[in-house]
Design a binder for this molecule. Structure first.
Ligand SMILES: NC(=O)c1ccc[n+]([C@@H]2O[C@H](COP(=O)([O-])OP(=O)(O)OC[C@H]3O[C@@H](n4cnc5c(N)ncnc54)[C@H](O)[C@@H]3O)[C@@H](O)[C@H]2O)c1
Length: 242
């Protein structure tokens, strides 16, 4: 799994480990990742830390190789690593390097990890769980690169599901709304923001705990979700219901 050092990924690593999974925990943030793995092993569960940058294709393939070398098989790929917009900006002001970075981590990263993992997942009739966002499902002001990256994740999820369903590989996207994590913290708005548009982003319910999203990952990854494939699962406190 990726993004294991913080937030939803950390909660997912702990949850899956508690359920008995051997967790190959990947992230770019070495120290925080090591701390999560220590937390898991302190509970007599099994986990291995591996530093990767999901925006780098070779790094993703090396991670899957290292996972297979350590555990011998791969049953679940949870693509959770992601970044927000460095600055919230209007479309006209988004810098090319910022656009490319958000797409590289949030979308290319999911593609590269998936490409690396598919051969192993076909052997186990495994599952891919992609962390998209409520931002994938409707337009949202000042965060175009993020929205586009997550819409891409939803689309890629459906393509994967269709292409591999007959071979028993499932792929599901989860779309959280606001979650209490560093990524979900208050943004710096552009100058003169349209507050009537921004107000639409305010959650109707209090923010979710990362553990609530992790619980959904655990369910999607489980045999009980055998028939859930190509699905887009909203966990957003009614944010996209209206
Ligand atoms: N927090 C929210 O409100 C929210 C809502 C919807 C979707 N999401 C999505 O959930 C996922 C997890 O986010 P979070 O809220 O837990 O944020 P977070 O910042 O707590 O965790 C993100 C993790 O991804 C890692 N990461 C970033 N770039 C990376 C890279 N290039 N390679 C490998 N790892 C990298 C970070 O080091 C971090 O550990 C993200 O994909 C995010 O877009 C979050």
């Amino acid at each position: 799994m990726t993004g294991a050092a913080s937030g939803i990924g950390r909660a997912t690593a702990l949850r899956l480990a508690a359920e008995g999974a051997r967790v190959f925990a990947c992230d770019v943030a070495r120290e925080a990742l090591d701390a999560v793995v220590r937390e898991i092993t302190a509970q007599s569960r099994e986990a291995q830390a591996h530093v990767l940058d999901v925006s780098q294709r070779a790094s993703c393939f090396a991670a899957v190789d290292a996972c297979l070398a350590r555990f011998g098989q791969l049953d679940v790929l949870a693509n959770i690593a992601g970044i927000g917009m460095p600055r919230w900006e209007r479309v006209a002001a988004v810098r090319e390097e910022e656009w490319r970075r958000v797409l590289a981590v949030n979308l290319d990263g999911v593609l590269f990890m998936t490409q690396a993992a598919i051969p192993a997942l076909l052997r186990t009739r495994g599952v891919i769980v992609n962390m998209a966002s409520a931002a994938a499902l409707k337009g949202q002001v000042y965060t175009s690169a993020y929205c586009v990256s997550k819409a891409g994740v939803v689309s890629l999820t459906k393509c994967i599901a269709l292409e591999y369903a007959k071979q028993g590989l499932r792929c599901v996207a989860i779309c959280p709304g606001g979650v209490k994590t560093p990524l979900g913290s208050a943004p710096a708005l552009p100058a003169d923001p349209d507050m009537s548009q921004f107000a639409k982003l305010l959650p109707l319910m209090p923010l979710a705990e990362p553990e609530e999203i992790a619980a959904a990952v655990a369910y999607v990854a489980s045999a009980e979700a055998r028939y859930m494939n190509g699905a887009v699962l909203s966990i957003d406190g009614a944010q996209t219901a209206g």
